[in-house]
Design a binder for this molecule. Structure first.
Ligand code: K7E
Ligand code: CUA
Length: 764
């Protein structure tokens, strides 16, 4: 302990004096040496230079990837391809305390289905909130295909705030897709099923099984989906697949494709040919066109009935009101993508080598003139292909998804079977370039590719299989995201990134400067509801409240202690520990984990989080902070004592491990005086510079001032005990005084470094 103190002091001194003098030693190795040693080509170097981001550098774009089966969202930077965060969405995520604190458990509980907790998700399609068709950087939505749900993530703190369960579907896929002002978020079903939770035999598939597309109303001010204002289009049992919202020319409409319009039901065990045979018989499937704008008006006018407690526009009503149309589309399509102007729609068929380009003006004409080639078995008007198609382009075998370039008419389509990306012109109908990617590309993503003004620049190929790309890690491989430079005429492959967390289906990327995430919460904040927590606790107001066997602990955390440090309850008590992080400093998160109780909180600066459990068994339960928050992090600890019923205390005095004398006290005080010298020199440096021009430094200084205030309190206590000749307590409080000094010095040094690195100027 004493050794440690001395070393820390010299470290602090060293930092104060030595920092700022950058190392001038430079590597003697030449670029050629490294190229030779690692077998790199000029092309490799060029690619490396385009993605390499020096330490401290930032990315131009932030990508939000579906986390596939993990039920999370993965955030990474482009072009560095560095993973920045996993966001817990449908699955508990201990690092963030997601699914462990009461506040986030309440979010996950919104996603219960038939009373059951569903603690994973099969996430597919993330979507940003939009304003006038541009990403506004406020919210992210994502669907869960297996358990038809949508989640809302607030990009102000990258936390999941809401989960809604579809009131009709038993799976979804065509979500999440936002309308141009995030009026609605689309979610289409995938596997047709009865709308009720009752048993319905498969023999009644055509009559009783249904698909659909839900338009979830989004309250842009509140940042929440509004189930009571949302509505669903009843659709035939055609296995709806992906969706996209119309924009500009096609604003007010939505598009949803389908892949088994044969309505085939397999069953090898009943002697029937399997699904895959029956679902790929016809040459075409159906693109569904829905008018959400008009539908919303009907809902507002009280003309739509509720089923399962939610607005349902039946097929009959939709046809009667002119809200629903079908157009044939290529066999087994996968992906429907509206262009930025909204006047073209591209659909690719997995079992066709063409991408089909539809003309929205043509479709509109057909609708206006009532020009249909017939009706499907449910009475939905079908627009003839020739009355809707602009052109068909041979793009390669197994085309899937399409992304739009910044240049008009230019698009990129993922070619699954041929494992390549085809760059082509949909206005002229010609192929421009093709790039082999590693293997079996699924989605691809362009920068701001779903907005009305895509950026071009980079493309990421989301390859389904990574086979031989990386060092082997067993039979389950990561996925391979390949970064491609699309700024020139020819596509250039830059980088392979393994993504080892579920199978990401789609990714969306936004300009990084559109995001302004917070670094702290307002003090005592429930981050999941975005309101002041009723359990917020201020420094010095920590308390324990008991009502029968219900115990509420109102505590705080700040470097380096948890208050309370000892919690005493009785066997059988229901315990809730509410902890508020009093820190204001950036990145000063504290954790809270407890032996055998499934307790693990992440308490970011300002946050209040709650751990609740039943103290079932008498015993001793250590708890501690799980984030390495300071030099005295390991000492950030405590004990929950669960006493047997009717327990009578035996020992009355704490057994001290060490006895301290006046000499110990004097020695500690001497150390403290020296430390104060360090603090004073740092303070002198900061105040002699224009530090007020640096918000980061201002925050650090505020925090340091707090810590120094605590130091003064501890100093007073130490001196009081010393005056009474109680050197045991005097020495311990002098030690605590020093703890606060160290934190002050640490903050001060961080502020000083920031000033030095950011060109602060001396003030007279
Ligand atoms: Cu995997 Cu969009 Cu669900 Cu295609 S989806 S690849
Ligand atoms: Cu707080 Cu470690």
């Amino acid at each position: 302990m004493k050794m440690f103190k001395t070393r820390t002091i010299s470290l602090l001194m060293g930092l104060t004096l030595g920092l700022g003098a950058a190392s001038s030693a430079y590597s003697q190795e030449s670029l050629e040496d490294v190229m030779k040693a690692r077998g790199l080509t000029q092309k490799d170097l060029l690619a490396a230079a385009k993605t390499y981001t020096p330490t401290g550098g930032r990315d131009e774009y932030m990508a939000f990837s579906s986390g596939g089966q993990s039920g999370h969202v993965i955030v990474y930077g482009i072009p560095s391809m560095r993973i920045l965060k996993y966001i817990g969405v449908f699955t508990p995520e201990p690092w963030q305390g997601y699914g462990f604190d009461d506040e986030s458990k309440a979010v996950l509980a919104q996603g219960r289905i038939m009373g059951k907790d569903i603690v994973y998700g099969d996430t597919h399609h993330p979507a940003f909130s939009e304003k006038d068709g541009e990403y506004d950087g406020r919210y992210l939505f994502i669907n869960d295909k297996a358990n038809p749900r949508l989640a809302v993530i607030d990009l102000h703190d990258f936390e999941t705030k809401q989960i809604v369960v579809n009131p009709f579907f038993k799976s979804d896929h065509g979500g999440a897709f936002a309308t141009p002002n995030t009026e609605y978020v689309m979610e289409a079903s995938q596997y047709a099923a009865p709308y009720s939770s009752d048993f319905v035999p498969l023999e009644e598939f055509n009559d009783k099984y249904r698909g659909g597309v839900t338009y979830w109303k989004f309250d842009n001010k509140e940042g929440r989906l509004k189930p009571e204002e949302s509505f669903t289009f009843e659709l035939p049992p055609y296995s709806q697949d992906l969706s996209d919202a119309g924009k500009n020319a096609s604003y007010g409409w939505g598009f949803t494709n389908s892949f088994c319009s044969e309505r085939y039901v397999g069953g090898i065990e009943r002697g029937r040919p399997p699904f895959e045979a029956g679902c790929s018989q016809k040459d075409t499937d159906f693109l569904h066109i829905t008018n959400w704008k008009k539908a919303a008006e009907l809902v507002a006018a009280g003309k739509v009935n509720k089923v399962n407690g939610s607005y349902l526009i039946t097929m009959d009503q939709a046809v009667k009101e002119g809200l629903l149309y079908l157009v044939p589309e290529p066999k087994s399509p996968h992906g429907v993508d509206v262009n930025p102007k909204g006047d073209h729609i591209i659909v690719s068929g997995k079992l066709d080598s063409h991408a089909w380009v539809y003309s929205w003006p043509k479709i509109q004409d057909a609708i206006k003139n009532g020009k249909f080639e017939g009706k499907d078995p449910y009475g939905i008007p079908i627009i003839a292909l020739k009355d809707a198609l602009h052109t068909q382009v041979q793009v390669g075998l197994g085309p899937l998804h399409t992304q739009y370039d910044a240049k008009e008419c230019v698009v990129y389509t993922s070619i699954y079977v041929d494992s390549m990306v085809t760059k082509w012109d949909y206005c002229e109908g010609k192929v421009l370039d093709q790039l082999n990617i590693h293997y079996n590309i699924g989605h691809l993503l362009a920068m701001e590719g779903d907005s009305v003004t895509p950026d071009g620049k980079y493309l990421v190929s989301l390859n389904k299989l990574s086979i031989d790309r990386f060092n082997p890690v067993g039979p389950l491989h990561p996925q391979n995201h390949q970064l491609i430079d699309i700024s020139g005429d020819k596509m250039q492959l830059l980088y392979d990134m393994p993504l080892p967390l579920g199978e990401p289906h789609y990714v969306v990327a936004i300009k990084a400067d559109k995001l302004q995430p917070a670094v702290r919460y307002k003090s005592g904040w429930n981050s999941r509801t975005d309101t002041k927590s009723e359990y917020a606790t201020r420094a010095g107001r920590e308390k324990v409240e008991r009502d029968g066997n219900r115990v509420h602990v109102y505590g705080t955390v700040i470097r380096s202690h948890i208050t309370p440090e000892i919690i005493e309850v009785e066997e059988g008590d229901e315990v809730s520990i509410h902890l508020t992080n009093l820190e204001r400093a950036q990145d000063e998160v504290h954790g809270f984990a407890m032996y055998s109780q499934n307790v693990q909180l992440s308490i970011e600066p300002g946050k209040t989080a709650t751990a609740s459990f039943t103290a079932e068994k008498a015993g001793v339960y250590p708890y501690y902070c799980t984030e390495f928050c300071s030099a005295l992090h390991l000492e950030m600890q405590g004990y929950l004592l669960v006493k047997p019923k009717g327990y009578q205390a035996k020992a009355t005095e704490m057994q001290e491990g060490e006895q301290y004398t006046q000499a110990d006290y004097d020695k500690q005080v001497k150390t403290n005086v020296e430390t104060q010298g360090v603090i004073d020199s740092v303070v002198a440096f900061i105040t002699s510079h224009n530090y007020k021009d640096f918000p980061t430094v201002v925050a650090l200084v505020e925090d340091a001032t707090d810590q120094l205030g605590f130091a003064t309190e501890a100093k007073t206590k130490a001196e009081e005990y010393a005056a009474k000749g109680d050197y045991q307590n005097a020495t311990l409080w002098a030690g605590q005084w020093w703890q606060y000094q160290v934190k002050t010095a640490d903050l001060g040094l961080r502020a000083k470094t920031h000033l030095e690195e950011n060109g602060a100027k001396k003030v007279k």
